[in-house]
Design a protein around this ligand. Structure first.
Ligand code: FAD
Length: 278
């Protein structure tokens, strides 16, 4: 059994009533595992604004705290202020602050071009009220000029007032440990929670990885390819991979784990149970 660390879960706002209803069930099931918070994603440029708010309304005040994601690219300060005021009035005090990615074809960075600008803006607007999480990329953000430049930008973001960070998903624990070592050498000591991506479907996983710059090691790709359409074998293999990854991360000092649930109870619940973190 692993050392006990806090856990959190990420949801995305559903596009349909049926999806929203199903998410309420998933929320109830995952809440039994006693997470620290549920975060809810936000489409850059405000594309999911209403649905993010409605998902938060479903879960806010029902036990576990909620944490909205908030992106700045393509949004202006007035709209961001409005959201911050809504969250404050609802007693929500944790925010995941991001730059976001605009759909291709849309140009213009807006008034707050980078996540560090958003963090600074939230601090100016609300002082210390919000606990601010930011994104971290152990395998480098795909648009960064270099690994070193990305580390520097991450540290600027932390120094702008972030309390903690959540990583993009990864399967190489050494990348995570190296990232943490590098930021600590720069004097940044905020907790960095590894983001854990369930493996249940090979093509989805490859698509997410390609879109985010996360690397799927060759041995995992090959094994997934060998299973073809055998979903049960993929799930069993994925569970084993993530179980070992989480165990190594916890042993190596990861302060908490954040699960990209994909709005599903399993395999997240089983993983948490097998790690003894419920
Ligand atoms: P930033 O920290 O601003 O970094 C973006 C890039 O700009 C990096 O390459 C960085 O090195 C560089 N950079 C930073 N500052 C400067 C500067 N001053 N000058 C020049 N270059 C700079 N996206 C969404 O749209 N909605 C979500 O809900 C969402 N949730 C996420 C949750 C997590 C945990 C993670 C890891 C990602 C999430 N994303 C989400 C994706 C994220 O928005 C994208 O990865 C986006 O491309 C970068 O966001 P960021 O906050 O890391 O940006």
């Amino acid at each position: 059994m692993s050392k006990r660390v806090p856990i959190s879960f990420e949801f995305f706002p559903s596009k349909t009533d049926a999806g929203a209803e199903k998410l309420r069930t998933v929320h109830k099931e995952l809440q039994l595992l006693n997470p620290e918070f549920f975060s809810v994603t936000y489409g850059a440029g405000g594309s999911t604004r209403e649905r993010t708010l409605s998902t938060l309304n479903d879960f806010n005040g029902k036990g576990t705290p909620v944490a909205p994601h908030l992106s700045c690219i393509g949004d202006d300060k007035a709209r961001i202020t409005e959201l911050l005021d809504i969250y404050k009035s609802q007693g929500i005090d944790r925010i995941v602050a991001l730059r976001g990615d605009l759909p291709s074809g849309q140009v213009g960075l807006g008034e707050l071009p980078y996540a560090q600008d958003l963090v600074r803006f939230i601090r100016e607007h609300s002082g210390d009220y919000f606990n601010i999480e930011v994104a971290a990329y152990p395998e480098m953000h795909p648009q960064a000029d270099s690994f070193d430049a990305d580390i520097k930008r991450f540290c600027e973001k932390a120094n702008a007032g972030a309390n903690s960070a959540i990583t993009q998903f990864f399967f190489n624990p050494d990348a995570y440990f190296y990232f943490v070592e590098r930021i600590q050498k720069e004097g940044v000591n905020i907790p960095v929670a590894p983001g854990i991506m369930p493996i249940t479907n090979a093509s989805n996983l490859i698509r997410f990885a390609d879109g985010t710059g996360a690397e799927i090691p060759r041995w995992i790709r090959k094994q997934l390819a060998a299973y073809g359409d055998d979903v049960e074998s993929i799930k069993a293999f994925g569970h084993e991979v993530n179980l070992k990854l989480c165990e190594r991360l916890i042993e190596g000092g990861a302060p908490s784990l954040h699960f990209y649930t994909m709005n599903q109870t399993e395999p997240n619940r089983q993983l948490v149970l097998d790690l003894g973190l419920a």
